[in-house]
Design a protein around this ligand. Sequence first.
Ligand code: ADP
Ligand code: MG
Length: 259
Amino acid sequence: MPQNETPRNETPRNETSRNEIEIRGLRKSFGDNEVLRGIDLEVARGEVVCVIGPSGSGKSTLLRCVNLLEEPSAGQVFVGGTEVTDLDVDIDAVRRRIGMVFQQFNLFPHITVTENLVLPQRRVLRRDKVKAAAVARENLDRVGLAEKADAYPAQLSGGQQQRVAIARALAMGPEVMLFDEPTSALDPELVGDVLAVMRVLAGEGMTMMVVTHEMSFAREVADRVVFMDGGVIVEQGPAEQVVGAPREERTRNFLNRIL
Ligand code: ADP
Ligand code: MG
């Protein structure tokens, strides 16, 4: 590497790596219950990986270990070349690079949509009011909700609230977006709008890990589908293979139950 390469800062990044996320030998136990039993997974920059699997298989725990909402019991996780499982890492700096969207949207009910987007930018990124408001507007526009800027969450449908939650995550300028069953709490007729926003995001080149039961989304958008069961990755590959022609019995049984 030439000597005049960008100097290392406090969170060294391996810019030559194509992998935005690297998970190596990840294990997680809650007491005696080993929920993740050695997960190895790489997500390339700009790749969309859908994670599927039965309830209790460890999908949420996997996502939560990536942004350290859970502390892994063993193994390593790298995000953008930084080892987030390194004890010396600045957890807050890592989390700023990772947006997360949950099944429950968790918007603050007593403030407007715009204020929901402005608040974390002010608190976490220390952005000034004008800049934060501009970024809020831009991202509400991105999810098609510019006209709801001054509404309160309760005035929105569930699908609109989830799109606000996505905009709130995007306003932080993440490099990676993690989605944990983002449409599972929605009435069926509202699912499409949320998936449409995610599809656009994927098209823009966002690196995404998406836990979902929406097989049509997985087939259409995912570069790769990962099937988990019992805390391990049972099989992975392109959607047409894993969903269309699964090799493993466990995958077939799961798909037969949900499709
Ligand atoms: P999934 O998202 O695939 O449904 P989870 O990752 O939520 O699975 O859960 C996997 C297992 O881990 C479940 O048996 C669950 O009860 C357990 N688990 C998850 N979080 C906790 C926790 N904070 N404390 C104890 N057990 C947990
Ligand atoms: Mg879950």
